[in-house]
Write a protein that binds this ligand. Sequence first.
Ligand SMILES: Cc1cc2nc3c(=O)[nH]c(=O)nc-3n(C[C@H](O)[C@H](O)[C@H](O)COP(=O)(O)OP(=O)(O)OC[C@H]3O[C@@H](n4cnc5c(N)ncnc54)[C@H](O)[C@@H]3O)c2cc1C
Length: 410
Amino acid sequence: MIDLTALDVLSPGSLGYGASPQPGLVVRCHSVSDVVQVMAYAAETGKRVVPRGGGHCFVDRCPAGGIVADLSGMDRIEVDDGGVATIGAGARLGSVYPALHEFGRTIPAGCGDTVGIAGLTLGGGIGLLGRQYGLTCDRLVGAQVVLADRSVVECGEGREADLFWALRGAGGGQFGIVTELRFATVPEPPVCRIEGTWEEQEDLVKTWQDWAPGAPDGLTVNLSVQAGRATLFGASTLPPRATREWLREFTARAGVLYAIDIRLDVPYSMVKPTFSTLDSAAASRVRSEFFAGAMSEGTTRELLKGLTGNRRLAFTAMGGAYNRVAEDETAFAHRGERFLLEQVSEPGDPWVDEAWRTAHAEGSGRVYPNFPDLALEDPVRAYHAGNYDRLAALKKTFDPHRVFDFPQAL
Ligand SMILES: Cc1cc2nc3c(=O)[nH]c(=O)nc-3n(C[C@H](O)[C@H](O)[C@H](O)COP(=O)(O)OP(=O)(O)OC[C@H]3O[C@@H](n4cnc5c(N)ncnc54)[C@H](O)[C@@H]3O)c2cc1C
C-alpha cells in the first residue's frame, strides 16, 4: 500500500472548498516525484485525482472524496539567457509578472493575481497584451507532464508534438498533470494605462463592438457595463499621442465626452493588478460566448435593459495576434472571433441565463475553455469546435482509462 505520510497532506478545509464537494485528501506536491506518488496512490485506491494550480476554475472538478494534487509547492520561476522562462505549474500570475519583470521580460497573460499559470495557459490565456502577442499558450514552447500511466514526459515542438499541441488551449486537467511550463517571453513594454467611465451605455457598447476588435494590435481596451455605468479599461503599447488619437476616435464615434484617464510609461507588470477587480469573475456566476461580429442594435438594447444591481456585461476584445494563428495550429480553436462577452452576476440570478440566451442568438456558439459553463448543450463542440475530433483521439491515446475525468471533459 502506498504511504503518503511523508508528503505534505493538507486538510481539505484549508483550501477553502466551502460548500462545494469536499475532496477526501489534498496533497501539496513539491516535486515531480510527489505528483507521481499521489497518482500511484489514486490508482491503488481507485480515487480520482484532480490537479490544482491557482484553484480559480469556475466549476469544482474534484468529486467528493477525490484527491486534489495541489501544485502550489512547485512555483519556481527562472529565465535563461535566451529569454525562455521555466515556470513551475503551481505559480500564480501575482508572482509570475514581478519575477519576469526582474529580467525585463513578460508574457501575454491574464489579470487576476491569484489565477494559476497552469490553468490559464492550458485553456488559452487572454490578456491585455494578447492582441499583440497572442494567447498565453501561444508563447508556450515546452512542458513537463506526468501522464495517466505515471510516466514523466517532456513535450515541445518536435518532441511529443501531439501532446504539446493538445496542451495549448484544450483546457486543464484533460491529458495529465503538468509540472512545469516553458515560455518564450517578450521584452516587457512600458504601456499607457487606460481607464474611462461614463453613464451613457448604448452608443458606447455599440461603438465598442465595431471599433475595439479592429484597433491596432498595441491597443487593447475592454468594456465593463453595469447599471448606469460603462467602464473602458485597458493598455496600449502605442506611443501616447497615437493612443490618444485612437481613443478620441472612439469617443467621437460613440458621441461621448473624452473622459479617459491615461497614465504613461507604466511597466506592463504593474498595470495588470490595477484592473483585477474590474476584470474579475470571482464569487460570481458567469456565462460567456465568443462573437464573430457586432450584435444587432435590438439585441444590445435588450441586454442593457436587464442590468440592475451587481449584474455586469464584460466585453473582451479579441482579433489581432489571437487570430493570426490557424484554428488547427494549436488546440485553442477560436481564431476568428472579434470579442468575448460575459454575463456576470450573483449565483442564482436567473438574469445570467436570460441574458446569455438573448446574446446567444447572435453569438458564434463558441465558448472559451477557461470559462466552463455547465449549462451548455453541446459543450465539447462549443469549447473545441473543429479541433474536437483530434482532441478526442488524443484523449484515447494519452488517457485511455480516463484517469483524468470531469463533467464536460474530452
Ligand atoms: C478572478 C479571475 C480572473 C480571471 N482572469 C482571467 C484573465 O484575465 N484571462 C483569462 O484568460 N482567464 C481569466 N480567468 C479564468 C482563468 O483562466 C481560469 O479560471 C483558469 O482555469 C484558472 O486556472 P487556475 O490554475 O487558477 O485554476 P485551477 O482551478 O487550479 O485549474 C483550472 C483547471 O486546470 C486544471 N489544472 C490546474 N493545474 C493543472 C496542471 N498543473 N496540470 C493539468 N491541469 C491543471 C484543473 O484541474 C482545472 O481543471 C480568471 C478567473 C478568475 C476567477
